[in-house]
Design a binder for this molecule. Structure first.
Ligand SMILES: Nc1ncnc2c1ncn2[C@@H]1O[C@H](COP(=O)(O)OP(=O)(O)OP(=O)(O)O)[C@@H](O)[C@H]1O
Ligand SMILES: [Mg+2]
Length: 549
């Protein structure tokens, strides 16, 4: 990044400067070498999945082999001598013991998935050799037609379809497995003295085995590719997506779990069309370090961020147990002044720290603020989605924007943002705070219209109706004055900082909203079993591909 090149689309820093310390702390999946099939190492999740499938196949092999042995003894006693041959018995026993050993090793977690998969290769070869030893234990008589194909060919295609392996490994394994047939034939021919003409007669089977080794390679590529695709869909860095929590204009929020830590998290996947992806991802990556360094307990903690393999931006944050202010008002209606003041003061603490760090939220709105239960504390406010305002393209808000300018949501947009002013600063957030306060008290937007351009124009020109005139609930005059001051069109006429607003709110003559009030409200409206909070209580249930240790 060239810091001297000013990004005019980014009114993030109130003085127009760039942050002092911006660097990428986390490695992003997109920064890694592109996944080349055949050369890339298996990820932890793929190793786990591979080990799980391998042991399932081994268990099936044990059961089928025992059943086959019993049925053939009972129904075809004439071929019993084949199984009584000590060398064939030994090879079959090795294959069985390898299979049973794999199941036991996995069951008792004796070795890592990586080691288990290595043993799995021996298992695949041992099974092929056992099949080949049985198939070549009798001489091929030119008079007897040779029907079907060798069991070795079937085995190597089945193994390729079940166990995901890098394609080159799969090809080597399949060729080695196919080679067991001529090897077994050679051993048995030497042991039993078969006549050499039977070679030509039997050559169709080993030839087909080599052909099927190529088929196994193709099947293996598909199996491996699908597993990697599923993995990239469900695994982001060290996190696994579990269930979707919500969806907004910018993307989806998912409950997620860390692969190694018992820490639930929420992941926001940001969806943008390709034209905006680059500029937005670039800006977000630049800002994410600063956002991650914010320490206010009222700002959601950012754990990690990156880009998915298909180019979507994601960030990982703490999983909150609560509801957004949007849900609060749409579900439970306007709130009493005392509670509104308590919520606003906590929001001010979050904003104050961010503004001190020269970060402007830019999209402060009720859905980006949650009231939560944190430990035993209820009505604990968390501000979300710092620095995530949507970059609109030209035409989307037509006359209000220049191309690529960054806007918030029109309903909470400060006049200077709507005007696409170059001097947008933290005071735009204070205007949005006034809009949120208005919504909490009245359940209504300051300005409402189906056309977002009209809404933005009203923010620029129309004086707001005082909140007390839009609700039956009492609105203390000093609180109303603070809200209307935040809603001043001229940023210079507003309170100049979040700290100043917090002081003004503290001085308002409203009854205090204390812990008992919050506890009583939550017990009545949001008990632990409430479906509105269910996602944060749900036991972790991984999506199919990922197995928990
Ligand atoms: N960290 C989190 N923990 C728990 N729930 C969350 C978390 N972050 C977001 N949510 C929930 O997910 C919902 C959707 O959030 P999201 O940010 O995707 O949508 P939005 O805020 O409505 O729109 P936008 O994309 O413009 O921000 C939120 O309203 C909130 O209830
Ligand atoms: Mg949001």
């Amino acid at each position: 990044m060239n810091p001297s090149k000013r990004d005019d689309t980014n009114p993030l820093y109130s003085d127009g400067s760039f942050p002092r310390r911006v660097y990428h702390r986390f490695q992003m999946p997109s920064d890694r070498a592109p996944a080349k099939s055949g050369s890339v190492a298996l990820s932890l999740a793929l190793l786990e999945e591979g080990a799980r499938r391998l042991t399932s196949l081994a268990a099936v092999f044990v059961v089928v082999s025992i059943a086959l042995y019993v049925f053939q003894r009972l129904m075809q006693p004439q071929i019993a001598p084949i199984f009584d041959d000590p060398v064939t018995r030994l090879v079959a026993l090795i294959a069985m013991l390898t299979a049973a050993g794999l199941v036991a090793l996995r069951q008792y977690n004796v070795v890592t998935s990586h080691t288990l998969l290595r043993f799995g290769m021996c298992f695949e070869i041992a099974v092929a050799l056992a099949i080949a030893m049985v198939e070549t234990s009798q001489p091929f008589k030119p008079a007897d037609p040779l029907l079907g194909i060798s069991g070795v060919g079937v085995w190597l295609v089945v193994a390729a379809a079940v166990i995901p392996s890098p394609p080159n490994t799969r090809l080597a394994l399949a060729v080695a497995a196919a080679t067991t047939w001529p090897l077994a034939y050679g051993i048995n021919a030497a042991r039993f003295g078969f006549i050499t003409e039977s070679w030509r007669h039997a050559a169709i089977w080993p030839a087909m085995n080599y052909l099927l080794a190529i088929v196994a390679y193709i099947v293996g590529r598909l199996t491996y590719g699908t597993a990697r695709e599923m993995e990239s869909d469900q695994n982001l860095g060290s996190y696994t997506l579990m269930t979707q929590i919500g969806e907004g204009g910018m993307g989806e929020v998912w409950r997620a779990s860390h692969k190694l830590l018992a820490r639930p998290a929420a992941i926001k996947l940001v969806k943008l069309d390709a034209s905006r992806q680059v500029i937005f991802a670039h800006r977000f990556h630049r800002e994410a370090n600063v956002i991650a360094a914010l320490k206010s307990p009222h700002t959601v903690y950012l754990y990690d961020f990156g880009t998915t393999q298909d180019g979507r931006l994601y960030y990982v944050m703490e999983l909150l147990d609560g509801i957004s202010l949007q849900t609060l008002i749409t579900t439970f209606g306007p709130q009493p002044a005392s509670r509104v003041v308590a919520i606003l003061r906590q929001m001010c603490r979050s904003l104050e720290e961010a503004h001190q760090e020269k970060i402007v939220h830019r999209d402060l709105k009720p859905s980006n603020v949650m009231i939560c239960q944190v430990a035993q504390e209820r009505d604990f406010v968390k501000v979300l989605d710092f620095g995530l305002a949507k970059p609109f393209g030209a035409g989307e808000a037509s006359n209000l924007t220049v191309e690529g300018i960054t806007l918030g949501t029109p309903e909470y947009m400060a006049p200077e943002v709507a005007r696409a002013s170059r001097t947008v600063d933290a005071r735009a957030d204070l205007y949005a705070l006034g809009c949120v306060a208005y919504f909490l008290l009245t359940g209504m937007l300051v300005f409402n219209d189906s056309n977002p351009v009209t809404v933005a124009l009203k923010h620029m020109k129309t004086p707001p109706v005082p909140p007390s005139r839009r609700t039956d609930k009492p609105v203390p005059p000093d609180l109303e004055r603070v809200i209307l001051a935040c809603l001043e069109k001229d940023p210079g006429a507003r309170p100049q900082s979040a700290r100043e607003i917090e002081r003004l709110l503290a001085a308002c003559h409203v009854p205090q909203w204390n812990e008992e009030d919050a506890d009583a409200w939550w017990q009545t409206h949001l008990p632990a079993a409430s479906p509105l909070r269910s996602f944060s209580q749900a036991p972790p249930e991984a999506l199919p591909l990922v197995q928990k240790a």
